[in-house]
Design a protein around this ligand. Structure first.
Ligand code: FO1
Length: 315
């Protein structure tokens, strides 16, 4: 079993490579739910949907989220009334949120609903939300009068286009949220645990914040490999580099290594950062240098192979 700790776009790309080199039924993705949001009375799980749509080959390739061949008629009607339109929900995508909301209303746990949606797209890997309980990433930024205010993840990421400095990050519900059924076993029983190239602070940390998950990954450290989401000091997509700096880390592969040293025994970095390999190893992880910019499915498959090969079999 290969278990992948996953956020959104970067993790989805990695998983689309992994399913090319390993049978999907041997793969479990444990997915961040801290980005989840309720809008228009609908339950929306962006990272679960991004991974589902990507692996189904239905993702919009330009946006990296939502469905391809989308239309926006419902949003246009909402706009006519002055409704909430800063979070764009395509007409096809709305069907997913309507189904998830209907099933939650029937009392189904998110993990069950996620399995139903994945099956609806013919996916064979196992997708698990990190928790069936409520967990929400909250960010503290400077309000208009300079005083700190706390906002939700999508208000930061989309409404403000993550263009504001972040003072602190908190995972509301982390104290109570329990791992979804199968999450701890998927880590404990995995021959290899992969920390996907997702944002360490807002995609990976909220998964680790769920009760027992960080301990489970730490216990599996010798079989855990992380892929750096930072290449040549920058994030390929999103605010990972700025967030690392704003929260006192270095937005380099060494900064990532220092964050992941307690959790993983190997960090895979891009060839652009080859000169930093020894600095990564000084942080206490083995360092593997390989192409990590998954510009094509072939690169994603090669990266997945590299990750699996970097696991030193138990002596
Ligand atoms: N990202 C945006 O930048 N703008 C949007 O309007 C937007 C809408 C949206 C709707 C559904 C969905 O699943 C994702 C959506 N995203 C949007 C991306 C989303 O904010 C991010 O994918 C994750 O939350 C962070 O990885």
């Amino acid at each position: 079993m290969i278990t992948v700790i996953a956020g959104g776009v970067g993790a989805a790309r990695f998983l689309s490579g992994l399913v090319q080199v390993r049978p999907p039924e041997e793969i479990t993705a444990i997915v961040n739910v801290g980005d989840d949001v309720e809008l228009h009375g609908l339950s929306i799980s962006p990272d679960l949907d991004t991974i589902t749509y990507t692996l189904a080959g239905a993702i919009d390739p330009v946006r990296g989220w939502g469905l391809a061949a989308e239309s926006w008629q419902a949003m246009e009607t909402l706009g006519r009334y002055g409704g909430t339109t800063w979070f764009n929900l395509g007409d096809r995508d709305l069907g997913t949120h309507m189904y998830r909301t209907e099933r939650r209303g029937e009392g189904a746990p998110l993990s069950q609903i996620t399995a139903e949606i994945a099956a609806g797209w013919g996916l064979e890997l196992r997708l698990l939300p990190a928790s069936d309980d409520r967990l929400r990433t909250k960010l503290t930024i400077d309000g208009v009068d300079g005083r700190p205010i706390e906002i939700g993840f999508q208000e930061y990421f989309v409404q403000r286009q993550h263009s504001v400095p972040v003072r602190a990050i908190r995972f509301e519900g982390a104290g109570e949220a329990q791992p979804a059924p199968g999450v701890i076993d998927a880590i404990a029983d995995a021959e290899c645990v992969v920390i996907a190239p997702s944002n360490p602070l807002i995609s990976i940390d909220p998964v680790l914040a769920v009760d027992g998950v960080r301990d489970a990954v730490t216990a599996a450290r010798e079989r855990t490999v992380a892929v750096s989401p930072i290449v040549a000091g920058a994030a390929l997509k999103g605010p990972a580099d700025r967030l690392l700096e704003e929260l006192g880390h270095s937005s380099t592969v060494v900064g990532v290594a220092e964050l992941y040293a307690p959790l993983a025994s190997t960090l895979v970095i891009d060839e652009a950062d080859a000169a930093l390999a020894s600095a990564v190893e000084e942080s206490g992880l083995r360092c593997v240098v390989a192409p990590t910019v998954m510009s094509t499915p072939a690169v994603a498959a090669a990266l997945a192979d590299t990750v699996l090969e970097s696991i030193v079999p138990d002596e």
